[in-house]
Design a protein around this ligand. Sequence first.
Ligand SMILES: [Fe+2]
Ligand SMILES: [Fe+2]
Length: 396
Amino acid sequence: MDLKLTAPAFQSHKFTSSPLPPRMATLRSPRFYMASTLRTGAKEVDLKKPFMPPREVHVQVTHSMPPQKIEIFKSIEGWAEENILIHLKPVEKCWQPQDFLPDPVSDGFEEQVRELRERAKEIPDEYYVVLVGDMITEEALPTYQTMLNTLDGVRDETGASPTPWAMWTRAWTAEENRHGDLLNKYLYLSGRVDMRQIEKTIQYLIGSGMDPRTENSPYLGFIYTSFQERATFVSHGNTARHAKDYGDIKLAQICGTIASDEKRHETAYCKIVEKLFEIDPEGTVLAFADMMRKKISMPAHLMYDGRDDNLFEHFSSVAQRLGVYTAKDYADILEFLVGRWKVETLTGLSGEGQKAQEFVCNLAPRIRKLDERARSRAKEAPTLPFSWIFDRQVKL
Ligand SMILES: [Fe+2]
Ligand SMILES: [Fe+2]
């Protein structure tokens, strides 16, 4: 979700190795749209492809992992079975959205809904913009399952493949499915948001897909998911904290419970990458540097509501201002992963490998410095209407 880390998606095709934090990159980047979907006014929608928003993605590099490396993933299937699948929770022990929502068959249903709406009244619009953006991100889950199934050597080849990689992906998707479901139902009951606009945004987003630039490589793919699971852990943890500050303990519980799932998923993906570092330190450090040079784009960076051409950037700005997900979090996650995978202590690398190692190890402080500089120069943020909250204005 969030942040301006989406900037590359709106930039030209040129590769950039600049570690610019997203805020700066966004400010600098000219926006190009596909000619076929070029629009003159904000409300025009391309009639040739009315199901797709006007968004440009990078030139897609495919199958960049040497085919012989697929064997690595085959050879560690036994390991994955024992070490990764244990991070899934048995369905019978899992929470379900209904555990946190008014029970429609109970006599107290209407009263419970009334209470939920009373609590929701105390929460400011800006918080709802962030929560809605998070919910929309979760609701684009079909895209993320698709993305995992683009990865060579670990994809679900049949839809019911018995490999541990495929089992993980399906069960991970099933666990994640509860996140969007719960947030969606909560927001519907809250009476604070324009559900139709939100639903349209979800439809556009799933139609657009995402552009993570993982090139069918599970090296790049699992680095991406390690980063993303931690990012969502941080973000849902912060929406929980804010909800508590507004006095809505039940909403805090909802966000906190989702955050704890994300943490468990982060643990699993980080373990896979740790294993890759053990087997192939050179290939893994190169992949890590490659992902960080390209920047980790947020899963919902192509979002559109039929009105705002820069919806994701606007949503990200609010998330940044509220401290739900910031450029500092991006740097902190990177630093955490560098430490988690002991990148600094890798030995036996080639010259190129050492350069990659140095790049990722020195990147977090550089991002923080650039962010501080951008903030000190930043002008007063404008206030904009968000269709998700009936065009009420929120400061970016
Ligand atoms: Fe999630
Ligand atoms: Fe997740």
